[in-house]
Structure formats: structure tokens, C-alpha cells
Design a protein around this ligand. Sequence first.
Ligand SMILES: [Mg+2]
Length: 272
Amino acid sequence: MRIRYFLQVLVIIGVMSACGNSKQVVAPAVESQVNLMDQQMMSVLWMQHSHEVKIMQEQQYRNAARKLKENLRQASGDNLLAVILDIDETVLDNSPYEARLIRDGEKYSDESWDLWVKERQAALIPGAREFLMEAERLGIEVFYISNRSIEHLEPTIENLMTYNLPAADESHVLLKVEDPDKTERRNTVKDKFEVILYVGDQLSDFVEEQDSFQEDMADNEEMVEHALKYFVILPNPMYGGFEKMLYNNQSGLTDRQIDQKRRDALITKRKK
Ligand SMILES: [Mg+2]
């Protein structure tokens, strides 16, 4: 008994000292052991099952309706007014697509995304319809600017029409022709309308991100104030522009390199 106890203590001391010495969170050595999609699993489960996310989405859309009315009161009164929304993870929920990738051990591909979009089965994000109906009631023109490909215009409109959403038509759904930068499409709306609110799940749904834009954001009070007034953000932990920053905008990295960069980016103590 004593020997077994002694051995157990030795094992515990060994584990504790190993933990204490580990300065870096190390990626698996073998490429085949890295499964990046598995790292999405908790994010997808949170989006699909947590009560918190449903309340947060509802809350953000009510917040958006309040801002819309506030900005409407402050608008010049001379212009036609508009609100611009993103589609994916803002109005439509694509988490089942992400879930399938995890289930099938696959990464994102244009082919699998194409099949998903053509199913026209994306669910509506809670609160979106009530907000859109309110915008329509207030006489504010609704536009959707999304980086879904222009080839997906028809299934996208049909998916939106499933929920009887306003402005689900070709002149109000502005998809990506070539350039993922949404600035030009925003400008076509701004040419005719005063845009009083944006709703999206990425900063790029509001303003195009420049290099290190997100880092600068913390020091840029003016930008933060502008975003607080004109932009409402929906939660999306599954993917997003933040990821590029983790890789310093490098492309062509192997899965193992990506995995290591993610681990390196983990903050394990308070920044000074
Ligand atoms: Mg989106």
C-alpha cells in the first residue's frame, strides 16, 4: 500500500511540475493529428444550444430598433433613409453548415457551401424579422449587403422570402460580384440614401478593415463612438475577420502552422 501511495505522489508531483514548466501551448507534432474543424465544435454548439445566444440576438435586435428610432430623430430630414444588414450570421443562421463540416471532418469549400445555400434552409436569427418589419413601418429602406456570391442570388432571396422579410428582392439584396470589400456596394446605397444604421456580425459589415484596424480600434475613441452609434453587432464565435490577425494576414499556412499560431495567440496572463 505504502509503495502504491508513494508512486501516486510521485506521479502527481511529476504532472504538477510539468504543468508549471510549460510556457508554450504546443501544437501536436504530426500534421494528421491536427483537426482545425474540431476546434469549431464548442462555438457551433454554443450558437445552436445556448439560451444566452438567443437572448443576446434578440437583445441586439431590440437595441438596433431603439438606435434606428434615435438616429431617425437626428437625421437631416432631407434625405431618403436606409438601414443596411449583412445576411450570414446576422439574418440567417448557417450553423448547420458548420456542424456538417465538423461531422464529416471537412473544411470549408465552395462546393459544400454552394450545396448548403441551394438548400435554402438557413434558419432566421431571433429578433431579425421584428426589427426589419419595424424599419419598414418607419419608412426606412432595407438593404442586405452580403458576400454570398452573386450566383446565389436566387436561393438567397428565396431563403429570405421563407420568412416574409421585407425587401427580399434583386434591387435590395446586394451580393458579391468579385470584390469582397463591401465599400462600393455601401456607396451605391449611400448615393441615394442616408444610411442611419448597419447590422452585422463582422466589423467589415460596417467599415472595411485595414491592417491592424482591430488593434487600433481600442485607441481610436472616435471610431468606437461612431461604431456605437451606427453599428449593431450580432455574436458569431464560429469564424470571422479576427482570425486573419492571428496569422498576421499570412496565407498558405499548413493546418499545423495555423494550429500553432492559434495556440501562440492564447492570452494566459493579463497584458501590461
Ligand atoms: Mg455575416
